[in-house]
Design a protein around this ligand. Structure first.
Ligand SMILES: [Zn+2]
Length: 98
């Protein structure tokens, strides 16, 4: 599964890292600026675009769990979204609230 991080938090972490004048002398600010520019050039990802799937009954044991069609993880009962991969598992995806 993809992971998403905050662009500004990455830039701050890099600025803090390169802000050590002993380790980076006078080039730390320049390196941090270059990192900012590289990070700004990375396109944003639409994390609201969820994969769509369905819950599949899994009767391999006597408890009757449901399995996410997208990631294959088991849950005790169907939910609107898979808590593991975020897939939209609502039955009526067109008319349900986002
Ligand atoms: Zn899933």
């Amino acid at each position: 599964m993809d992971e998403y991080i905050d662009r500004q938090a990455v830039k701050k972490a890099l600025r803090d890292y390169f802000d050590d004048p002993v380790a980076w002398e006078d080039v730390g600010g320049l390196v941090a600026q270059i990192c900012d520019e590289i990070i700004d050039d990375i396109p944003a990802v639409d994390i609201c675009a969820r994969p769509k799937g369905e819950w599949i009954e899994d009767m391999t044991d006597m408890f009757g769990f449901v399995r996410c069609s997208e990631c294959g993880r088991l849950e005790e009962y169907p939910q609107f979204f898979c808590p593991h991969c975020g897939a939209d598992l609502r039955e009526d995806k067109d008319n349900a609230a986002p």
